[in-house]
Design a protein. Structure first.
Lengths: 257, 218
């Protein structure tokens, strides 16, 4: 692998020309996104710069506890963000927090245990961020779908409960569909990797001068890790999340909205 | 008594649906009548604990309903909702599912026959049934559990006259041959008088009449 490339602030400023182009297109086509583009640009600059400094400190301190603290914060904010997309699911925060924690711990634990990565901040922070980020998206999509399905299928769920089925049995078909919708996007994008798009890690490594074979192998490891984490997160989130719709007497609660 | 309600009130979606209801429902056949929104369907939901009252008590065969295991209760006191809501699959798979929950092996042909459906319906995909056929498949599914009490919410609302007469005959047969108690919600007082010995009349969540059918209708 060659030496890392260096990017100046001037080069970053130059790339803003494309942001101006995006805002101009929005203005021209009356898409009404100029303000959002400005906010997104400012937020991405501030957030990435801040996390860049945080990562620099974490790399220098080289403490596993600091890494775990950062990953815990990611899990917490991930659960809060996903909850805002699963508004129809009662008490969605705890299922999401547990889902992201289990997905992150299992996936990172496994890749470290298998010797794929060393347990150092240089690997755990970026890989942990990707794992938790993808797990967050998958569990948010799954719970959002779960909320919609319960809302659309209330009559069928109650008719099944009326036969003496448990809440778990009555919810099984919709939990299955919600789990599938949480996982399907990553499964589909994994199928087309290398044909339609190049994933970010591989692009980053190639830009940084790594050998293509190394970039591909690392990307494969990450893709497989992400598939595992997304499956775990969606499974845990839906398996715990459906319970919020039912009372201990196996009754369907009144809808939130 | 089959069911006894004392001072039962229940609100749903911010509206008082049942208001201080005192009611006795004997073993046998009871019809519940009243205009839309009077609380008829909610009453049925209380009887097999799909809902609990905010206030008051419901007893089943002399024992508080909350003391029963809700799953066991629902297999004994079967509710057939007004809107058909079968599980994906065939009619037979629905009957097998219901019977399996009650730990039984279903006699599909007999259950279908009692509900006025030909045995050939067993293999039919539920998505390809008319609403009336679905309603009868729901009845057959409930019968597959061999319940002791059936709670029927407008069981003939989607049926034509002939099919309605057939279902009413079946309900009479269930009562006399299988000794199943029936609680039937109906918007039609004439149907109520054909099906029930006991009548409950609800109006705006309150009991407007309760007793032997000839006395309440008089």
């Amino acid at each position: 692998m060659s030496a890392a490339i260096h990017v100046s602030l001037g080069q970053v400023a130059g790339s803003l020309a494309l942001v101006v182009l995006a805002a101009a297109i929005s203005l021209w086509q009356r898409a009404d996104l100029e303000r959002d583009i400005a906010v997104a640009t400012a937020r991405s600059f501030v957030q990435l710069t801040a996390i860049g400094y945080a990562i620099k400190v974490i790399f220098e301190v080289d403490s596993i506890w600091l890494v775990l603290a950062l990953l815990s914060v990611m899990v917490l904010f991930g659960a809060l963000t996903a909850r805002s997309r699963a508004k129809r699911v009662p008490d969605a925060f705890w299922p999401l927090l547990i889902a992201l924690s289990v997905a992150g711990a299992t996936t990172l634990g496994l890749v470290v245990a298998l010797g794929v990565f060393d347990p150092t901040p240089r690997y755990l922070v970026p890989v942990g961020g990707m794992v938790i980020g993808n797990a967050m998206t998958a569990s948010a999509v799954a719970l959002n779908r779960l909320g919609d399905e319960v809302s659309d299928s209330r009559a069928r769920i109650e008719a099944t409960l009326a036969l003496g089925a448990t809440a778990r049995e009555a919810a099984a078909p919709i939990v299955r569909r919600a789990l599938r919708s949480g996982m399907i996007a990553l499964v589909d994008s994994t199928k087309t990797t290398g044909l339609i798009f190049f994933p970010g890690t591989m692009v980053g490594m190639l830009l940084a001068g790594a050998a293509p074979s190394d970039a591909v192998r690392l990307q494969l490891i990450l893709l497989y890790a992400l598939l595992g984490s997304v499956a775990i997160a969606a499974l845990v989130a839906t398996s715990l999340g459906y319970r919020g719709f039912f009372t201990p007497a196996q009754q369907l609660r009144e809808p939130l909205d | 008594m089959l069911f006894e309600l004392r001072d039962v009130s229940l609100s749903a979606a911010g509206r008082l649906v049942l208001d201080s209801v005192d009611l006795d429902i004997p073993i046998g056949a009871t019809a519940i009548v009243g205009p839309s929104g009077s609380g008829k369907s909610t009453l049925l939901r209380l009887f097999n604990r799909l809902a609990d009252p905010d206030r008051g008590s419901v007893h089943y065969r002399g024992r508080p309903l909350v003391e029963y295991d809700p799953l066991g209760l629902r297999r004994e006191v079967s509710l057939v909702p007004q809107l058909p809501a079968l599980l994906e699959g065939t009619v037979e798979s629905n009957l097998r599912y219901a019977a399996g929950l009650a730990g039984r092996e279903p006699d599909c042909a007999r259950c279908l026959g009692l509900a006025g459906l030909d045995g050939a319906f067993a293999d039919r995909d539920v998505r390809k049934l008319s609403v009336g056929e679905q309603q009868r498949a729901m009845l057959a599914r409930a019968l597959a559990q061999e319940p002791k009490v059936m709670l029927l919410d407008e069981p003939t609302s989607a049926l034509d006259h002939d099919a309605r007469d057939a279902i009413e005959a079946t309900l009479g047969q269930l009562r006399s041959e299988l000794e199943i108690s029936l609680v039937v919600v109906s918007h039609d007082p004439e149907q109520a008088s054909r099906l029930g010995d006991w009548l409950v009349r609800l109006h705006e969540g309150r009991v407007a009449g309760c007793g032997p059918i000839e006395e309440v209708l008089r």
